[in-house]
Write a new protein. Structure first.
Lengths: 405, 405
DNA sequence: GTATTATACTCGGTCTACGAGTAAAATAAC
DNA sequence: GTTATTTTACTCGTAGACCGAGTATAATAC
């Protein structure tokens, strides 16, 4: 039968090392409730496979035989992460633990063909350089992603773009994941950011509009078609306001750049992300003592109240242990936390107010989608299946020495 | 290490039989991707343990050695389910597959002490009658449940009531689960109702207010504190309307009995559930051709639009494969489907409209919480741990014959 | 009757993890 | 300095679950 087991001890150890590089053997043994014998076997096997390395730890002064620290192997598995932003693209290669080995960032002109051609070339080059060490690729896009296609990316002006050209399938069938930037950002916060270790978190990612994700034990809720997390299209707004999505009263109509422009009696901006950033900067400037009051501040405060109320509604419905605000949401808390928090508390059901889920700024800024993409790529690698594939790739050269001629 | 495996083959077979009693051995073998040898071993073991029974199947006329059908064992494990409703309580005992062996329903006077005393006595009696065959108990309450306590149950007038008195812990530590009726109703629909087999469903359960749950692969999303699913307290309503929960603009303020009374310029009803039912009945009556138009119909239609719009918002955010409407929601679709569906479609993001998640009436009516409670109780039983407990309980009498004197 | 087909059963082998016992490498006590 | 204590690592026999190849069984088809 197709392997009915959960993560084997080997995968559990790899995941523990990925989550916390440098974790000590003895600590991992306890945390995973393993017997010391199993740890010995497992670590020996994983080291032999080139999956992790052991290092001595500096003496602690405590009694007992010293343990060792577990870290990524210098020739161990890697993942590639690609982030297509509204002005630049980024590529990174990361090893176990999430630390990067390579990183490139370039501006682009939003032409899908052009961008994908350049990125495909970069990925080919990485493939040549790292070979089979690259075990998975994740691509983040600021838009709606269905399978490997970008259905719609408003801020890029893309629609129905096939991303699978970036990573031709090879015999190894290495995982290729495409996803929404807000979802990846949420994963980043849940695994390594403000919500690290949380069982159930909600991330609200505010850039042009509002996106995000529910993340349970580090796994994002992707929905039936992979398009969950469009929180900006819940009817938390004014029912009279039409939204670009075709509905009315979407939360986004109280938050996104076009909404801010409307409230400021300005024409709809061409680049909403940059526009919102400017308005936020202006609002922030008027906070400086003695600075003249500006209309931008009042608008940002209105947005803040809307975000607070909506966050409370999500807390009521989903009962998360924590909510994080990313992207411009971090600035929002900074500039108008005095509006966000009261609105949040007021929107919570009475019984939730005694210990409300913390509403915190995200830990990551612009790196969030990249970190999340790396995490998701590793999630696809650190499985029993991934372990099998890695082992079988290495088996041919298991006997060290020159290849026979 | 503490058993790292997923459900063993034995548990997988038990779950398959529970899901589909009478499933054929050969079909189960294929469905679970088992080898025939493993099936032989597993079925023999489970039959021997008194967990399931084999029956010949009527000849199909097809070639090949005939298979057998798998069903619950006549002395196999049972669960008890208790449903406390706003006017009556119910208790049922069910065997593998969910079919009932016993069922009682009685009216009550909403006095917590009185109700719990009677229910505890009934459960003691069931315990005497069925002994250790009862492996778990689930209790459904129309209110907010934290652990084993009812935090608040508005329609019962209960607050801070401890349910654990119903089921004293014994050595076996048999699972005792308390939960919200809407959550159990959602599970019922997801496992055996309109959304049977769905990967990701959202259930909206409308009784006094709106509750429900997101159910993924049959498992309800309970939230960090077990109080997820309070969809009625998302701000989908008029921001000016105060809600009993302490917030403003809750969806409930457009839907619940008090809201309906307000819209009809009537005083707030004492029993909202009954009141809403009456209004719905009046609205339904005015649909009969030739009947005089009634204000109730317009109000129910307004409620319908609100439900449709909100359901769309949830679909946008959560991307379910199906949404079901239970409780009064079934009547709502019946009476005012012409308002629900257009509002639902209009509220969906453009790209979801080409194949929107079906919005269907629930399959179960008043039985939904009972069926869901039985399902959840069995979920707690059909695990490796549950299997171990059952086996160890039987081990003493493993050698058939009279007990030694 | 014999062939074909679908299913069930048998049994040796593998893999994972347990658990009890032993060894190693540090500090603490005398 | 030697011995005791503590913590961790390693060894090895055993148990359990499942695979997989081969065999047996019970039906229909020819």
């Amino acid at each position: 039968m197709t392997d009915r087991r959960r993560a084997s001890a080997a995968v559990a150890v790899l995941r523990a090392v990925h989550r916390q590089p440098g974790i000590e053997r003895a600590a991992a043994t306890r945390k995973l409730a393993m017997t010391s014998g199993l740890t010995t076997e497992t670590v020996a096997r994983l080291s032999g496979l080139g999956l992790l390395s052991e290092h001595p730890v500096p003496p602690t002064g405590a009694r007992g035989r010293p343990t060792t620290a577990l870290g990524p192997h210098p020739r161990g598995p890697l993942v590639a992460a690609v982030v297509i932003g509204h002005e630049t693209w980024r590529i990174a290669v990361a090893q176990l633990g999430g630390t990067g080995l390579a990183h490139t960032q370039r501006p682009h002109r939003r032409d899908p063909g052009e961008v994908l051609t350049v990125l495909a070339a970069r990925l080919r080059s990485l493939r040549r350089r790292y070979g089979l060490r690259i075990r998975a690729v994740a691509v983040s896009v600021p838009g709606t992603v269905h399978g490997n296609r970008v259905a719609q990316a408003a801020n890029l002006g893309w629609s129905d773009v096939d991303l699978s050209v970036l990573w031709p399938r090879d015999r190894g069938a290495r995982p290729f994941l495409a996803g929404n930037d807000a979802t990846f950002a949420a994963v980043a916060e849940a695994r390594r950011g403000s919500a690290a270790g949380s069982e159930l978190m909600v991330h609200l990612f505010m850039e042009a509009g509002l996106g995000g994700a529910v993340v349970e034990d580090g796994r994002p809720a992707l929905g039936a078609t992979g398009t969950a997390g469009e929180f900006g299209h819940m009817p938390f707004g004014d029912p009279a306001q039409p939204c670009r999505c075709g509905a009315r009263g979407c939360w986004n109509t109280a938050i996104e750049g076009a909404a801010i422009a409307r409230m400021l009696n300005q024409p709809p901006p061409a680049d909403e992300v940059s526009y919102s950033r400017q308005v936020f900067a202006a609002a922030r400037a008027s906070l400086i003592p003695g600075a003249p009051p500006r209309a931008e501040l009042a608008v940002v405060q209105a947005v803040a109240r809307s975000v607070g109320t909506g966050a409370a509604g999500l807390a009521n419905a989903l009962d998360p242990s924590i909510i994080t605000l990313g992207g411009l949401g971090r600035d929002l808390l900074d500039i108008a936390g005095g509006q966000v928090y009261p609105a949040y508390l007021a929107g919570l059901m009475q019984f939730r107010r005694t210990s409300p889920p913390p509403l915190l700024p995200a830990h990551f800024g612009g790196d969030a989608p990249l970190v999340g993409a790396i995490e998701e790529a590793f999630s696809a690698v650190l499985t029993d299946e991934g372990l099998r594939t890695w082992s079988s790739n290495r088996r041919p050269r298991s006997r060290p020495g020159r290849p026979k001629t």
